[in-house]
Design a protein around this ligand. Structure first.
Ligand code: FCB
Length: 461
């Protein structure tokens, strides 16, 4: 991996620096201006689903504090802001358009542009309208077409001002984790449903790319892509056939089952046969893979951890590792974040170099990377989060090394601008470079954000 263990580093001219958020995690105002329930609103109300019964009802109250939050981005000198639009604000029951929902994002985009910040819009960060879930959600092929309709609505309203579009955020989470393991909304534990959801999400991606292309996105007129959460996957014991087999299957489910259809136009042969007992051939129709493989301009990479897989004697379930139910991720003994995720910047380097070798030709941007730690506002009014600063530095060194190794990496967006609703873990995990006091909604810029702002000013460190 990286030889960059110290010394100063400069990033390429034009490298983008920013931060990311997602609608449900920050907005609150879940019942305002015509927004209807998403699957996450319903999931939050189900006892035992979300830690401490936390909900998205208020979150960071960003819906009411948007200009203040955009001012924070500007004060930090960030040039790019990745946010998501809430489908249940814009087409609340999946059908008719709600102009008030669009207005909010139109104001956000104008506020960003007014401060010289480039909007980077993600269409789907997991908040499916509940009305569509009631018709099967992503197990229903029709949802992919409803997604394309919604993409068209958003593009018609904002396409003149938004340069970068992401169709889906982390379809691994919104299919395998949500319909297979049941840890995320809608909380199903049905492997066949998870496989159907996965394919229909990919189909929705392809259809939305077509809609955006038809709307003129491309070349000078903006770019479109998808964001995947990718992890290196290694066998715990490389000499064990069983460990190598689960590692192959897990790599298939975590990485290749998404990368290959989008970038190569087919499912990987081994994964296709792994998932045949779970109905993959039954949901793939003629022409789907051509649709899914429509060219993209940028691949968004989210990186949080690497996976080191051991085959256990017993199957575990419910799990995301469909067809590899004995797979367990074993710790490597590294320091961890508050999520329990091991801190391993070399894994980010490995992901980027793998993309260069195996999937060359698509520009890359880190669309999320960051860490949760226990943060406290100290008596001096500051959050001294050296652990997060050092996490960011380590991962930026890995990015820099990847660029030196030939990777076409165009930008880095920290997760997250604000502490926020961390899905099934509620407000217990703080990922922000800006601290949020959930009682007062006061924002406090953490030390890590000050350091990051200096990196942005210097285009390096
Ligand atoms: C990613 C999600 C993001 C956030 C981070 C910590 O999987 O895309 O919303 O929860 O993890």
């Amino acid at each position: 991996m990286t030889n960059d263990t110290g010394g100063s580093l400069t990033f390429p001219d034009g490298f983008s620096w920013g931060a990311a958020t997602a609608a449900f995690q920050i907005e609150g105002a879940t019942a305002e201006d015509g927004r209807a329930d998403s699957i996450w609103d319903v999931f939050c109300r189900e006892p035992g689903r979300v830690l401490d019964g936390d909900t998205g009802d208020v979150a960071c109250d960003h819906y009411h504090r948007m200009p203040e939050d955009v001012a924070l981005l500007a004060d930090l000198g960030l040039d790019t802001y990745r946010f998501s639009t809430a489908w249940p604000r814009i087409r609340p029951d999946g059908g008719a358009v709600n102009p008030k929902g669009l207005d909010f994002y139109s104001r956000l985009v104008d506020e960003l542009l007014g401060k010289g910040i480039k909007p980077w819009l993600t269409l789907y960060h997991w908040d499916l309208p509940q009305a569509l879930q009631e018709q099967g959600g992503w197990t229903n092929r029709d949802t992919a077409y409803r997604f394309a309709d919604y993409a068209q609505t958003v593009h018609e309203a904002l396409g003149d001002r938004v340069p970068t579009w992401t169709t889906l955020n982390e379809p691994w989470c919104s299919s395998l984790l949500s319909y297979g393991q049941g840890a995320h909304a809608p909380g199903l534990t049905d492997p066949t449903a998870a496989v159907a959801a996965m394919h229909h999400l990919l189909l929705g991606h392809g259809l939305a790319v077509q809609v955006l292309r038809d709307g003129g996105v491309g070349g000078e007129a903006g770019s479109v892509g998808i964001t995947l959460n990718l992890s290196p996957v290694e066998p715990a014991d490389p000499s064990s056939d069983a460990d190598r087999e689960v590692a192959r299957r897990v790599d298939g489910l975590q990485n290749r089952v998404f990368l290959d259809p989008v970038l190569r136009g087919h499912y990987p042969e081994d994964v296709w046969s792994d998932l045949t007992p779970y109905g993959l051939p039954d949901v793939v129709q003629d022409g789907d893979l051509d649709t899914i493989a429509g060219p993209i301009d940028v691949l968004g990479v989210n990186y949080y951890y690497t996976l080191t897989m051991r085959a256990d004697d017993e199957p575990h379930g419910p799990t995301t590792w469909i067809g590899a139910e004995t797979a367990v991720d074993v710790p490597e003994g590294l320091p961890t974040t508050e999520m329990g995720w091991e801190i391993e910047p070399s894994g980010l380097h490995a992901v980027l170099v793998r993309l260069l070798r195996e999937y060359p030709g698509t520009p890359l941007v880190i669309t999320e990377n960051g860490a949760a730690f226990v943060d406290k506002v100290a008596d001096d009014g500051v959050v001294h989060d050296e652990d997060r600063r050092s996490f960011l530095e380590g991962h930026l060194r890995a990015c820099h090394q990847a660029i030196a190794d030939g990777v076409d990496l165009r930008g880095y967006l920290a997760w997250s601008l604000l502490d926020n609703f961390e899905w099934a873990l509620g407000y217990s995990k703080r990922f922000g470079i800006v601290h949020v006091d959930y009682d007062t909604q006061q924002r406090t810029v953490k030390d890590s954000a000050r350091w990051y702002a200096q990196v942005v000013r210097d285009n390096g460190f």
